[in-house]
Design a protein around this ligand. Structure first.
Ligand code: HEM
Length: 182
């Protein structure tokens, strides 16, 4: 996982807890990186998993809830702190339609070592559609949070119905949501 995601997690902890909590989370885990993360570099996925679960235990929330809240926070963080230039989208639907072909593609162009998830958004009307997510990391709750964060940014309401989840269905290799926007 790219360092920028770890940087976002640190900022999330500083906003919702404190530097002391972040340092404790680092100390409680054996991290090959030593707990210092540079934006454009890649780190082992196990580190983000370990840090996120320690954080959720400390905040006394489920992992799903914590990852969702982090995803919501992450959207604005990526928008303002990532090296990727984001077009002036007017709606989340527009952004989702280019998430795969433009945004995450750009992540790979700039960071050839990056592993990005696969997203597909198929609109059924201009206010609704089907979102599909596929990734070895199975971070669907982060994805859901990112969509909510995007909705907040574009001042829209969003309803997400997670109709298929990789975590609940042994033979499912993708997550699916029915999405509705205001
Ligand atoms: C609603 C919008 C978005 C969704 C649903 C989304 C989804 C995700 C998810 C779920 C991940 C975690 C990795 C994985 O699942 O394998 C991820 C990683 C990432 N995304 Fe997005 N994303 C969105 C918008 C953006 C934007 C706006 C940017 C850049 C400005 C961005 C840049 C990145 C980067 C740099 C990573 C890390 C890749 C890596 O670690 O190799 N994303 N995205």
């Amino acid at each position: 996982m790219q360092g920028i995601i770890f940087n976002a997690l640190e900022e999330f902890v500083l906003e919702n807890a404190s530097m002391e909590v972040w340092n404790n989370i680092l100390d409680e885990n054996e991290l090959a990186s030593g707990g210092s993360y540079t934006s454009g570099q890649s780190y082992d996925d196990n580190e983000i998993d370990a840090l996120a679960s320690t954080l959720c235990k400390k905040l006394d929330v489920t992992l799903a809830t914590g990852l969702g809240l982090f995803g919501e926070f992450l959207f604005e963080f990526l928008l303002t702190r990532s090296a990727i230039e984001i077009r002036d989208y007017k709606t989340v639907q527009e952004l989702l339609s280019e998430l795969e072909s433009v945004i995450h593609r750009d992540v790979k162009r700039i960071h050839p070592g990056a592993y990005t998830p696969l997203f597909e958004y198929v609109p059924s009307t201009s206010f609704a559609g089907i979102l599909t997510y596929r990734s070895k990391r199975k971070l669907c709750m982060v994805a859901e949070g990112l969509v909510k964060g995007a909705a907040k940014h574009y001042q829209q309401e969003v309803k997400l119905d997670h109709t298929q989840c990789m975590h609940n269905m042994a033979d499912a290799d993708e997550c699916v949501w029915e999405v509705e926007f205001s």
